[in-house]
Design a protein around this ligand. Sequence first.
Ligand SMILES: Cc1cc2nc3c(=O)[nH]c(=O)nc-3n(C[C@H](O)[C@H](O)[C@H](O)COP(=O)(O)O)c2cc1C
Ligand code: SF4
Length: 651
Amino acid sequence: MTTEFPHLFKPFQIRGMALRNRIIAPPHGRIIADPQVSEADYAKYAAYWLARARAGLGWMDGVNAFIDNRMVPKGLRLAGLGAVIRGTMRKPNFRDVFSRFTDEMHAEGTAVTAQIIMQGAQPHSASGILANYTNNQSTHILTHDEIQRTIEEYAFTAREAEAAGLDGVEMHANHEDVMQLFISPYTNRRTDGYGGDFGARLRLPMECLAAMRAVTGPSFVIGMRFNMDEFFDGGYGLEEGLRIAKAFEASGYIDYIHCVVGNNWGAPSYVQPHVFRPAAWAEMAGRFRSELSIPVVYGGRVSDPVSGEAVIANGHADFVAIARAFFADADFVAKAKAGAPDTIRPCIGCNDCLHAAGIEGLPFGCSVNPRAGREAEPLPARVDAARRVTVVGGGPAGMEAAAIAAERGHDVTLWERAPNLGGAMRIAGAVPENAQYLKFIEHQHKRLADAGVTMRLGEAATAQTILAEKPDVVFLTTGSRPRGIDVPGADHAFVVEGRDVMAGKAQVGKNVVVIAKEDHMQPLTVASYLAEQGCAVRVIYQAPGVAPGVGKYSIGGILGKLTGRGVAFTVMTRVAEIAPNRLVLRDVYSGVAHEMTGFDTVVLACGGTPDAGLYDDLLGKVPELRIFGDAYVPNRILHATRQAYENACSI
Ligand SMILES: Cc1cc2nc3c(=O)[nH]c(=O)nc-3n(C[C@H](O)[C@H](O)[C@H](O)COP(=O)(O)O)c2cc1C
Ligand code: SF4
């Protein structure tokens, strides 16, 4: 056993479920594939989980068991991640698929439980009110008949899970599940015995749990994932959360409680973005651990073994749940156990694993780990004959491409004109919430050195210097230049580039206007940096909302942090002219003009334009020339590393 993380690697037993350590993977992997759809999907899904199991994962609490929702009238179409009509266990292949999966996981030493989900507002709710200020979706209020049907489905689902050989099930009473909507005083306004007083609000989940217990055996584990504090006016707070948890414990129905926070689409959401510190709500879980006697799981921003160990060592929980960090590194547990936490590829908390695949409809991917979701594919093959590969630009695309090419056996040189690797990612690392960016760059630097890449840092490559190396392949990953803004007055000395400000190359005054013409993180990161410096900041967006490209799981937490520091936003507004202490503005849609005064500096956060100058100079002069990442089209880190993988695997 490692001596570095003794608490993490201490075995535990819950009923018949023997656990070799205290690390749980909560639900997150079905975004890669639904194993019930086809053999190919099964292979993808199982390969993802088996890779984590082989690395030593103790408990996979991640079989998503959506309960059958065929109460919805025919023809009603539902949208969203939890919009499931045919229950997981009602599909004819459930037992075949999940007994095979469970057997394979058990053979690797990992316990398997399913989470039973009835996502709220898909379309059901307790009384038509949802658990957040920003979610105004209309819902169907469950009738008595439907409540009885729901209870039967919970029992059926638990029985099927046991029959398939799973170790247990977990009730999803968090994340605006119908169960949470019944428990909460804000969302449950019923007066029919399933709402009203405290006990009546708990009645539906209690009856579901009782029904599950009644049909399962004594060694089968039943737990509950629970929102500790709803964090909004009218919802339950921590003290009532404790009272609710005690009532469930007293019922004898649950063997453990899995403590989390977050709501639809607040600050935090239930997949908490990078602006929150590691294990930020663990102390709250500690209250549950000290006041209950059943085991407590804590989940939320545990992304490294050090913070995981601390949660358990400090007595805040018996287990830690880790989701995104498993996308980022399949070998998380093995590396922790080996006492090598620094070799774990760090998750940067960007939430693109969720936003890209779950919302934008893109294939699944992880920004820092292009292998995530491809575990069923062979590893990038070693080459028989090494080629001379020159990579120009050491940002996310260049670092990943150079590392993979060298790991495959090529002879790689990486040029970076700045003295350090990272490109725009390093600049963005100047705000405290992006500290993980710097860790990731450090990780890549070490990986490049280990793979034998020749790094020419602080040297700007030219066509001549590149050609002098006689490369077989050139990857241009030179990133982007600031796009700027084309309006009268943009050349005033008080108009400066956001990147220059964050790199310490441009000064600002105390009152700053940020012109945002990029829809993702750049304007928000610049605003955060300025607020950290003590500036009064107003960000002007042309878009009808703030940062329309940032997904709903992240935006609330980020804006909560910024507005909490006084950053103000103006939307639907075009800057038509910049004059000393006066901006001429126009409403984007009506064209109505107005003015803004009271600032001393204008900072541009207008995204990038490809820095691809070397392409024309090299075209036709090297055997193979490829351009990707921001140098081709500026985009998010997810896209840069994915292109790097595809390109570096195909030379
Ligand atoms: C792609 C994805 C899917 C998720 N699906 C579920 C789910 O079905 N049920 C659930 O309770 N939590 C779900 N979560 C939330 C995670 O289980 C976890 O609570 C959250 O990501 C915070 O933990 P982390 O900081 O370790 O990622 C999901 C998270 C991700 C990233
Ligand atoms: S996409 Fe981002 S948040 Fe998701 S696992 Fe990868 S690094 Fe972490």
